[in-house]
Design a protein. Structure first.
Length: 166
């Protein structure tokens, strides 16, 4: 295995433009989707991966006040990836959430394949890692409910991140 392969995959997934889903049927490029893709790619290289999960407050992000005022569930889950580092015998945080085009407003991760990245959000609670796809599937109803409740906020958030990139 060439060391650059995991880093290439990380940058490829990170730089997919971030977008929250507006319905359960719509393709989305949010933290959960991006880390499912990245986890699949890294596992194809023989790396051991699992999902990290934390809770954060949307209003802790560097959002415009007008966006913060749109009614939404502020305390929400955030998914990232954990990759096992065999040399150090530990799990590394690998968070590819925000794409490079958002670097003027949001923290963009870099990864060298050996160290933790920064988390895309400020966690208020770190939860138990998700080890299996079945555990991930159990969270889908909660995520669908958040899409329903946060629809207007998600739509405005997507417009905001799109405006940053242009």
């Amino acid at each position: 295995m060439i060391l650059a392969d995991p880093i290439f995959y990380f940058k490829f997934v990170r730089d997919i433009p971030f977008k929250l889903p507006l319905s359960a049927d719509e393709p989305a490029y949010s933290c959960s989707f991006k880390h499912v893709v990245l986890g699949t790619l890294l596992a194809s290289l023989g790396l051991k991966v699992r999902f990290g999960l934390c809770r954060f407050l949307f209003n802790d992000l560097n959002l415009p006040e007008s966006l913060k005022k749109i009614p939404h569930i502020d305390n929400t889950p955030h998914f990232y990836l954990e990759v096992y580092n065999m040399e150090q015998a530990r799990w590394m945080i690998v968070d590819a959430t925000w794409d490079k085009g958002l670097d003027s407003k949001l923290p963009i991760s870099e990864w060298d394949g050996r160290s933790d990245t920064i988390l895309a959000v400020k966690p208020i609670e770190i939860l138990k890692p998700i080890e299996t796809p079945a555990e991930f599937d159990q969270l889908r109803p909660q995520l669908a409910q958040q899409i329903k409740i946060n629809g207007k906020f998600y739509e405005a958030f997507n417009k905001w991140v799109k405006s940053i990139r242009t």
